[in-house]
Design a protein around this ligand. Sequence first.
Ligand code: UDP
Ligand code: MG
Length: 331
Amino acid sequence: MYLCTRKGFFDMDISIIVPLFNEAESLPHLYEWIARVMKENKFSYEVIFVNDGSTDNSWEVINKLKAESGKEKDVVKGICFRRNYGKSAALYCGFKAAQGDVVITMDADLQDSPDEIPELYRMITKEGYDLVSGWKQKRYDNKLTKNLPSKLFNATARKVTGIQLHDMNCGLKAYRKEVVKNIEVFSEMHRYIPYLAKNAGFTKIGEKVVQHRKREFGTSKFGINRFVNGYLDLMTLWFLNKFGKQPMHFFGLVGSLMFFIGFIAVIVVGSMKLYALSNHVPAMLVGVNPYFHIAILMMILGCMLFLAGFLAELIIRNSPSRNDYLIKEEI
Ligand code: UDP
Ligand code: MG
């Protein structure tokens, strides 16, 4: 355990989590920079490098950093995945391991500046934020493939989530420890951690303009498909948040409505036929009337949606997390 000057032996101010995939060249510079900032500000800290199945020698570099950090050996921690699982998985494991009062996440590629950490720490500890997200107001990325789509992505995310952040997916973020211990990042949901936090009841979410730098080594790990996947994930999260615990409220309502409309339409088609027959007016066979087929289709789809909702409710009944509630305080 790192000996700290300001707090108790086992307390730790900051955990810095660095997810990385093939970032060997950047790591020594990043660690040196973080250590300098931490020392200048007299923070007790740990740096958790999560090696997400790198195929270069990132893991050897992390081992070397640990071996060479002498007195501060325990500051450097490393988790090495057997294969590449993605940034969300890396963050999830980092969050589980973190011990600091404030948890900072930052990318390994030197695009985020460790100089921002003291102010982020202050915002969490002194201003009472649950989460502070970086905002790369001036970005050093490709304009066409990143900056513009990112603006659109963030505008959509603001509308759907109701969280007024300019840069929801910024890698540099600070969290109160309680937040990271109570949310579960999975799949590719690292883009929406503020939304996960908000849904878990951590609503004091702030933003800080942060410096952004050009990538010095290696290449970006995410292509343009990030925006397609990101959009689909946003829809999933929105739906889960709204109906995840009561799927019948969605499927049951839509299903019943469809069934009802189809049922009325069948009655209308049948009544029109009966009216025509009783008045000896020529009318087409009900079986060839397209409205009849549309109406029957609606009734069938309505039943299926209703059934889907019912099955989802049965699944939730057996879910181990059906009664998971976050309790803030008890007296
Ligand atoms: N990363 C990771 N696993 C992956 C892809 C990326 O841990 O499967 C890490 C990567 O090494 C970097 C961070 O996530 O530290 C952000 O990735 P990148 O810089 O490529 O994203 P961009 O800055 O282009 O959005
Ligand atoms: Mg980057």
